[in-house]
Write a protein that binds this ligand. Structure first.
Ligand code: HPA
Ligand code: MG
Length: 229
């Protein structure tokens, strides 16, 4: 039996498509931190499903990156869990396939949401801390972002990364919101395509709340009941 090949058609590239009317799973079916009880609507994507999907994305990445080395650019803060799990799967696959892809992980912290208006993206790229990405020059780069929303931030980041003349750049987005074609077209590896709703957990926050929401293994991304509490 041969391994599944990389997606080359549009439908597969969209990732797992979650329909507009998906209600999520009832909170009663899972465990989660008690203090978040009144703020979370449902379990939107269980943690195990996220992990399986990330394992599959790792395979796509392995197939596309022909170099022996890859520089991963993790977009903080939301991307840290996705990045860490993706890199782990890439390492595991490398060990079992005898084609070890050496990974160097770098971080960039962006602020694209106005404080207090957490669901409104701004037009510009705001890099927090060092903006020197010269270590990307000539490298095969994988940008890892938890959520690609309008795509504006990713577009600006890609443009900026290109100025350092990497050899190649690909984008992994765990979640891509179905709000613009741009978001989809910029993301090479899509975990899930989701409707335009606000999700939290698995390192995604609302004003720094909820990042810790998968402290129990079943729990991952939940839809926020209210973003104005
Ligand atoms: N949740 C958390 N952070 C985000 C989101 C979201 O739905 N969209 C953009 N940043
Ligand atoms: Mg945030």
């Amino acid at each position: 039996m041969s391994a599944p090949q990389n997606p080359d058609n549009a439908a597969v590239k969209r990732g797992i498509v979650i329909k507009d009317d998906w209600p999520g799973y009832s909170l009663d079916l899972f465990t989660y931190p008690e203090h978040y009880h009144s703020d979370i609507e449902n379990v939107y994507i269980p943690h195990g499903v996220i992990m399986n999907r990330i394992e599959r994305l790792a395979r796509y990445v392995m197939d596309d990156f022909e170099d022996t080395k890859m520089t991963v650019l993790c977009v903080l803060k939301g991307g840290y869990k996705f990045c860490s799990d993706l890199v782990e799967y890439i390492k595991t696959l490398g060990r079992s396939s005898n084609r070890y892809l050496e990974t160097r992980v770098e971080f960039i912290r962006l602020k694209s949401y106005l404080v207090g208006k957490n669901d409104q993206s701004t037009e510009d790229l705001h890099i927090v801390g060092s903006s020197d990405l010269s270590f990307l020059r000539g490298k095969s780069v994988l940008i890892v972002e938890a959520i690609v929303d309008t795509g504006k931030t990713m577009k600006a980041l890609l443009k900026y990364v290109e100025t350092f003349e990497p050899k190649m750049v690909k984008v992994a987005g765990l979640l891509v919101k179905r709000v613009s074609n741009m978001a989809e077209s910029l993301t090479d590896y899509v975990g899930f395509e989701i409707p335009n709703l606000f999700v939290v957990g698995y390192a995604l926050d609302y004003n720094e709340y909820f990042r810790d929401l998968n402290v129990s293994p079943e729990f991952a991304v939940g839809a926020a009941r209210s973003v104005t509490f």
